[in-house]
Design a protein around this ligand. Structure first.
Ligand SMILES: Cc1ncc(COP(=O)(O)O)c(C=O)c1O
Length: 373
């Protein structure tokens, strides 16, 4: 890289913070003036706004997306069952949450195009002990959940949607987070709706599940200092994060559209390329929140090196599938093969995609893509 070449970063949070500076400072001031720092009026207001936006009756602000997954699983797991079935290509968050909840984890393969689990891939792996299936809308891609919902209902299994990367994605207005029994979202700073720190939420229209999540999020208390149920934790969305998120919520759909338009530019730039060099996963339409711009290449290492030479940073989401992670190993000798998951983990990589990218940065990435040989 020549010294005068500018790098396009994978993300740059300082830009959004600078753009939103006045609103965020006003939100912080409002929290300071209120005197409430946890579970106060800003938290309540944000829960209401979020539930209205998504179209559920209940939203519960929590400390992180991983906490949200854990508490959603604990609330949803039917009595007498203790296995979670999830995707192995989605960064390990649902496996972490399941293990933390004390459950076994097994994995289903993904569809080669959507890279998400399907009713068929899930059906192939269901055992009698599976009580929860997690459907991760990976990269922001909300696939039609109808068959998966039917499958889970018919087997007495609860469907948890992992919407961490897909907030705002919808199919004809039916939002990610409204398909299954219960859903988790993350407000990790790089997410489509990002806090200034950690945060997450559970979404559901089942009042009983919501009550269980609320109770579990506060030590399992029935009332102050009385622990009624086991498995409780301390997980809350800070008042100040709730206020920041409230300030950013109105911009979510425009930001998602901007992300989709960036991915569309990359798709166009890669149009004449051989699939042996690079393809870009499309993110066309509102079912896709375009959280990440994801490319595939059988020559990933070489292609990433060329892009780096052209000043384009890339990353891999995610390089090691869950079933190959030593930290998730549980049943010695159990060999599971997930061919599409494993192939994707060798081929996928992510290009810069965040709403604050400049036109010249997008152009630079496009030139780099079309110049690949
Ligand atoms: C698909 C997915 N699920 C869950 C999470 C966990 O969210 P958090 O980092 O807020 O715990 C993330 C992001 O980190 C994610 O990408």
């Amino acid at each position: 890289v020549s010294s005068d070449q500018t790098y396009v970063p994978m993300n740059d949070l300082s830009r959004g913070l600078a753009r939103d500076y006045d609103e965020l400072m006003a939100a912080a001031a409002s929290v300071f003036r209120s005197g409430y720092v946890i579970r106060g009026p800003h938290h309540k207001k944000f829960e209401t706004s979020l539930s209205e936006l998504i179209g559920v009756t209940e939203a519960i602000g929590l400390g992180s997306g991983t906490d949200a997954l854990e508490l959603a699983m604990k609330a949803a797991m039917p009595k007498g069952k203790s296995t979670v079935l999830t995707a192995a290509n989605a960064g390990g968050y649902s496996s972490t949450a399941a293990r933390r909840a004390g459950y076994s984890v097994i994995w289903a393969d993904v569809d080669p195009i959507s890279l998400c689990v399907t009713a068929d891939s899930v059906a192939a792996r269901i055992t009698d002990d599976v009580g929860v299936v997690v459907s991760t809308h990976l990269y922001g891609n909300l696939t039609d959940q109808t068959r998966l919902v039917e499958l889970c209902r018919s087997r007495g299994i609860r469907l948890v949607e992992d919407c961490a990367q897909a907030i705002g994605a919808n199919i004809e207005g039916k939002m990610a987070g409204t398909w299954g029994d219960i859903a988790a979202v993350s407000f990790y700073p790089t997410k489509n709706l990002g806090a200034v720190g950690d945060g997450g939420a559970v979404l559901t229209s089942d009042v009983e599940l919501a009550a269980q999540v609320r109770q579990l999020s506060q030590y399992g208390w029935s009332r102050k200092y009385e622990v009624e149920v086991g498995g409780g934790v301390n997980s809350r969305l800070d008042e100040i994060q709730a206020a920041f998120l409230q300030a950013r919520l109105p911009g979510l759909q425009a930001a998602n559209a901007r992300r989709r338009s960036i991915v569309a530019r990359y798709v166009e730039a890669a149009q004449a390329q051989d699939a042996n060099v690079i393809t870009i996963l499309p993110a066309v339409g509102e079912h896709h929140a375009a959280h990440l711009a994801v490319a595939r290449s059988p020559q990933r290492a070489r292609i990433r090196e060329l892009l780096r030479g052209a000043g384009v940073h890339t990353d891999i989401h995610f390089p090691v599938p869950d079933h190959f992670q030593p930290g998730f190993a549980q049943t010695p000798g159990e060999e599971v093969e997930l061919p599409e998951t494993e192939l994707a983990s060798r081929e996928v990589f992510s290009l810069p995609c965040f709403p604050e990218m400049t036109e010249s940065e997008i152009d630079q990435v496009c030139r780099a893509i079309s110049g690949l040989r």
